[in-house]
Design a protein around this ligand. Structure first.
Ligand SMILES: NC(=O)c1ccc[n+]([C@@H]2O[C@H](COP(=O)([O-])OP(=O)(O)OC[C@H]3O[C@@H](n4cnc5c(N)ncnc54)[C@H](O)[C@@H]3O)[C@@H](O)[C@H]2O)c1
Length: 253
């Protein structure tokens, strides 16, 4: 095992969808310890870990699942403490937890605006703030935030979601400037439409309409996002910080 595969990571919202693919990519190429946090597990956190161990099939990689609400600073701090206890430290943070509550603004309840901002943006503040101490102490850190193409170009019916993701992009650039001197890089990925439980809600007519705006003519896969996240935490990306990488089949160019 070389030094690149010995990193320790936290992935928020890591039990399914893009987060799950990221956990598997990190386990395959970069990490020997991963804590995935999530607000809910399909069955239990133990079964979630069992499933990952079966799929990863590498006894040198330890995966832990921790129940935490990413929108709570106390839960974020508890996750970091748990990871430090189980893994001995944290080198990589992937802020992936996110939700949608779509509606046209005229019909959008105040609480749906607040909820999306809190889960998608406030969570990035919570986890990034909590992980900085161990990362600064060890003079190494890699943070990757999940933004969205919608945070760049907007989308009718998603004013709350696009505001949260545009916020994630601004946060990424500011934090990247703050911590670059400590050898901590902070980048974001902006996926387009990716096949996950989040997009399962779209019906065929909505999909057909969306395909027309995607030059590659299809939705992406969770693995397409996970590979770019993997690149951003790899030594190949050591000189990249404050960037937003679109993974969207050409929607933004
Ligand atoms: N699927 C897409 O097309 C797409 C496109 C662009 C960006 N994204 C972003 O990628 C990330 C992952 O999306 P996905 O498609 O895998 O979604 P998903 O709904 O499949 O998974 C999201 C995960 O986050 C968890 N989560 C939700 N609220 C949480 C909270 N308060 N605390 C902790 N965990 C919480 C869920 O339990 C789930 O495991 C999100 O930030 C999303 O906004 C997704």
């Amino acid at each position: 095992m070389d030094s690149n595969t010995k990193r320790r990571a936290i992935v928020t919202g890591g039990s399914r969808g893009i987060g799950k693919a990221i956990v598997k990519e990190l386990a395959a190429k970069f990490c020997n310890g991963i804590v995935l946090s999530d607000i809910a597990f399909v069955n239990s956190s133990d079964e979630c870990v069992e499933e990952f161990n079966k799929e990863i099939n590498n006894p040198n990689v330890k995966v832990f699942a921790y129940k935490a609400d990413a929108s709570s600073l106390a839960d974020a701090e508890a996750t970091i403490n748990y990871a430090v206890e189980k893994l001995g430290g944290v080198d990589i943070l992937i802020n992936n937890a996110g939700i949608t509550k779509d509606n046209l603004l005229l019909r959008m309840p105040e609480e749906d605006f607040d909820k999306v901002i809190t889960v998608n943006l406030r969570s990035v503040f919570n986890y990034s703030k909590s992980v900085l101490k161990p990362m600064i102490g060890q003079k190494y850190g890699r943070i990757v935030n999940l933004a969205s193409v919608v945070g760049v170009i907007g989308n009718a019916g998603q004013s709350n979601y696009s505001a949260s993701k545009a916020g994630v992009i601004g946060f990424t650039k500011s934090l990247a400037k703050e911590v670059a001197s400590r050898n901590i890089t902070v980048n974001a990925v902006a996926p387009g439409f990716i096949e996950t439980p989040m997009t399962d809600k779209l019906n065929d007519a909505q999909r057909e309409a969306l395909y027309k705006n995607i030059p590659l003519g299809r939705f992406g896969k969770a693995e397409d996002v996970a590979k770019v996240v993997g690149f951003l935490v790899s030594p190949e990306a050591d000189y990249i910080t404050g960037q937003v990488i679109n993974i969207d089949g050409g929607m933004v160019m």
